[in-house]
Design a protein. Structure first.
Length: 356
């Protein structure tokens, strides 16, 4: 090793290398703050305008008389069926996204979030339920999928029509449960979609569907796919969809806040116009009254920045305003302060320093 390299290595080991630090003069600080304001303010304004261009319609439905559920309701008188109708006040251009929204539902509770089996979800070992406590079995059979998140799967289904034209064929794909409602719901549970204007394909992340949620074959005599377990057993009597079903994958992504919405269907190739009459038939299984929850349906378009979200826009605008305010204060102190700003030179280190 050369003498110079050895000297540099020793300096590094002894933390004695030459250092450099910027000299934050008042003028430099003011210029930096103004630069932040100049960059952040336009970004915030653009984001706010983009969010304003998002067309969104939200309607609560759990408080409609025909859709009201109580904790005592069972599969014998479920689902509760009701209709929501409204007239569009603005044009909505495809793709249009249909969400369900829940309020006062805490998916971020630690015990709830941890109650799942990754081995089951990946199709590695369907008998692995050690992480699913307290929901692991039903009537002596291993639950697939196990855990609290899967056990509280959102069951409600929706059929939508525009000017009396169904987006999903009600006799072939949607709203088809025949005379024996429970058995027929089991058979048609995953059929409530139709491409391209009531699409389920694409509502979940591609990486999840390919690598994280893989359906596995299980023994129907020893393993069960029932959703309602524990205290809620026999309420709806419905089986879970397959693990790689996109409705199931979307539900398994737990929300961070108690009020959240999840993507349910996509209208890909159909623009909705101002004045169109929208009717949504709701088949209601998911009870929220016992814990003070609320349920909504949401129709929304998107912009280049995503859905309607003013939070990020206002963060940029507020940071820009703070930067401008600080720059003005520092400039006022620099120009009219009672103590002058002077510089001196640290001859030992060769640095220029400032003092008030």
């Amino acid at each position: 090793m050369s003498t110079l390299a050895q000297k540099q290595m020793n300096g590094f080991k002894q933390q004695d290398l030459k250092t450099w630090q910027p000299v934050l003069t008042p003028v430099a600080v003011i210029a930096l703050l103004l630069a932040v304001a100049i960059i952040f303010m336009p970004i915030g304004i653009v984001l706010r305008d983009a969010s304003s261009n998002v067309v969104q319609k939200s309607i609560r439905y759990d408080n409609i008389a025909d859709c009201e559920l109580s904790y005592s309701d069972t599969y014998e008188n479920l689902p509760k069926v009701c209709d929501v109708s409204f007239t569009l006040e603005k044009d909505m251009n495809a793709p249009i996204y249909f969400y369900y929204e829940l309020h006062n539902y805490y998916q971020n509770y630690r015990r709830y979030v941890k109650s799942l089996s990754s081995d089951q979800l990946r199709g590695v070992d369907v008998s692995s339920t050690s992480d699913c406590s307290p929901v692991t079995t039903f009537n002596g059979s291993t639950l697939v999928a196990c855990g609290l998140i899967a056990a509280t799967f959102f069951e409600d289904r929706f059929a939508m029509s525009v000017n009396s034209t169904d987006l999903c064929n009600r006799t072939a794909r949607c709203y088809n449960y025949g005379t024996n409602s429970t058995d027929e719901w089991h058979d048609h549970w995953q059929d409530w979609y139709e491409e391209p204007n009531w699409a389920k394909k694409g509502i979940a992340w591609h990486s999840d569907k390919e690598y994280k949620y893989i359906n596995a074959t299980y023994d129907v005599d020893n393993e069960s796919g029932l959703t309602q377990v524990g205290d809620r057993q026999n309420k709806s009597g419905l089986r879970l969809p397959d693990i790689n079903d996109e409705d199931f994958i979307v539900w398994m992504h737990t929300a961070a806040l108690p009020n959240f919405k999840k993507l349910h269907r996509i209208i890909r190739n159909m623009d909705l116009k101002k004045g169109d009459r929208i009717n949504i038939t709701i088949l209601n299984w998911f009870e929220v009254a016992s814990f003070g929850g609320e349920k909504y349906i949401v129709l929304s378009t998107t912009e280049w920045c995503g859905g309607r979200n003013y939070v990020l826009a206002w963060i940029y605008i507020i940071v820009a305003c703070i930067a401008i305010g600080l720059a003005v204060c520092f400039a006022f102190l620099l120009l009219f302060g009672t103590r002058s700003v002077k510089s001196y030179i640290d001859f030992k280190n060769g640095n220029v320093r400032w003092s008030m």
